[in-house]
Design a protein around this ligand. Structure first.
Ligand code: UD2
Length: 279
């Protein structure tokens, strides 16, 4: 018998959508429900410069834990196709490699994700995918990441701010000149840009918004404090997610696991920033 209850955490947001934690869904039932429609799932990952070294671990562990038994296409954006490893994929799963230019600054890559996602959805992916996820590559899957993550727009709580932090201390962009500006006193949660997903058109609206607004900032010589993550947080304040995923969906090897995190589904790897980023 699967007990679907947690009393130690909020399982619903104050706009009444699910806040997903281990112990709040039946994994077999929820996968079976979504399996009936056999959705096509796309996952966009960027591996530019030295980040190609993370592809093997991401893909191998993704095959063990990410929507197993669903149709999945990994869209890998890279400036070095030769470094994309050959990984054995299960039936119904494939890799599509998409070339992007190299970057001089790491910020170009994280902003560029929103640009290339927008362009590539328009050019190609719109006809190939029902659900689309965007993920950081420097991480490993450790536990099931299944159909409980599906909704029109699913965002993940940033592990650093999901509890014991008042909204005034969320690291939103506070410069009123920036398009990512959120006034003090506003905000629901602080979301990570490292994992998000939803219906293709909902994700398209989000990435296009972040792309266009960061371009507008750039024309005014402004770079938001957490780059595309700042624009994402602004978007999600006024376009509420239809599901919120707990930090189980993106933890970090740097951070001790507290009692309310019963499973870590993805964990960000420790990395030497100075060595791995262009500058
Ligand atoms: C945080 C966010 C990240 C992004 C970034 C923006 C978390 C866990 N991560 O990550 O999503 O919002 O801040 O400031 O909250 N990449 C490359 N080549 C590069 C640099 C980056 O391919 O040279 C790609 C790669 O897929 C990587 C992602 O961009 O996983 C994010 O970059 P990061 O890991 O350097 O950013 P980080 O750890 O500060």
């Amino acid at each position: 018998m699967y007990f679907l209850r947690r009393t130690d955490v909020n399982c619903v947001t104050n706009w009444n959508v699910p806040l997903v934690w281990e112990g709040t869904f039946d994994p077999i039932v929820i996968d079976a429900i979504y399996k009936k429609t056999n959705p096509r799932v796309g996952v966009m990952i960027f591996a530019v410069g030295k980040y190609t070294r993370f592809l093997k671990g991401f893909l191998e562990t993704g095959e063990k834990h990410f929507l197993t038994d669903f149709r999945v296409t990994y869209y890998i954006f890279t400036d070095n196709e030769k470094e994309v490893p050959a990984i054995a994929l299960d039936e119904g799963r494939k890799i599509t490699v998409l070339p992007v230019p190299s970057a001089r600054r790491w910020q170009e890559v994280v902003f560029g994700r929103m640009k290339w996602a927008t362009i590539t959805i328009d050019k190609q992916i719109r006809n190939e995918t029902d659900y689309l996820f965007l993920m950081d590559v420097d991480s490993l899957f450790h536990h099931r990441f299944g159909a409980e993550s599906f909704s029109r727009l699913s965002a993940v709580l940033h592990r650093g701010y999901y509890k014991n932090t008042e909204r005034v201390h969320f690291p939103y962009e506070r410069n009123p000149e920036s398009r990512a500006y959120i006034p003090v006193g506003e905000g629901d949660y602080y979301y990570t840009a490292a994992v998000l997903g939803g219906y293709l058109e909902d994700i398209y609206n989000l990435v296009r918004y972040c792309y266009e607004h960061s371009e507008e900032d750039a024309r005014n010589n402004i770079e938001a404090v957490w780059q595309e993550e700042s624009h994402l947080n602004k978007y999600l304040l006024y376009n509420k997610p239809t599901k919120v995923l707990s930090p189980e969906y993106l933890w970090s090897d740097y951070t001790k696991i507290p009692a309310d995190i019963k499973v870590v589904r993805i964990s960000q790897l420790k990395k030497n920033y100075a060595e791995v980023r262009p500058n």
